[in-house]
Design a protein around this ligand. Sequence first.
Ligand code: HH2
Length: 287
Amino acid sequence: MARRPRPPETDALRTRSGPLSLARVAVVGVLNATPDSFSDGGVHLDPARAAAAGEAMVAAGAAMLDIGGESTRPGAVPVDAAEERRRLLPVLRAVRAAVRVPISVDTTKAEVARAALGEGADVVNDVSAGRLDPGMLPLCAREGVPIVLMHMQGTPATMQDDPRYTDVVTEVANFLAERARAALAAGIAAGSVVLDPGIGFGKTVAHNCFLLRRLDLLAALGYPLMVGVSRKGFIGSLLGGRVTEGRLHGTAAAVALTVAGGARLVRVNDVEAMGDVVAVAEAIAGA
Ligand code: HH2
């Protein structure tokens, strides 16, 4: 497998906490300050426990932590900005005090993102790619922070009801290219844009597999790719209905293939295990 040439601006994301190097694949640790997230709901709601978990993730090799206060799992009940801030900010403050790596805030609301950036978050991770809140792209431009633009068909409440595409890879690629253009038009620097195919967001098992098989086409858009497969439902389905806790090895297989496909950031719950997966997959993919 040949090493892919990448534009120079993607070798690092410039953040307020320093450069996030993408010369090697960056492992991003997930910390959900929510009662209901499918992968770690309730575990990191307490600020002190979240800070300890964040420290452990960094010690295990996380290059960034992603903190969210609203679950976006299929069927999740949306929360308002006040509730999202109430959950998120104490956890963010505690984690920020405990670690030096960049922190991304997983939100679709500009008001929540603004508050989080004020508390030391460095990157915005918006699963709506700036579509749900017209203030989001201008905020990131003004603040000079990187943004992750993710593809989602529909909204979390209904997205898994009957997702349909004519050609999922082309449609996701076109969407991401359009959202990247919108980000640049809003004044966000090209080197501050990260794209994400949104595995599990309005996609069947087959759609997810098609996307993961052709990540190279998304990487060819010229922006670093983040991919989140960790413990997701399609892995459970491929393993005969396996529960979330039993999806570690399936996650490992998917993470290895995302690295081979050109992902530069992998969003995971099990940082230590997936750090090993990334190291081996990257060595083989780059050999
Ligand atoms: N997946 C989830 C949430 N945010 N952000 C990006 N950029 N990419 C993803 O794949 C992604 C994401 C869903 O996972 P999780 O946070 O574990 O669960 P929940 O949405 O229930 O909080």
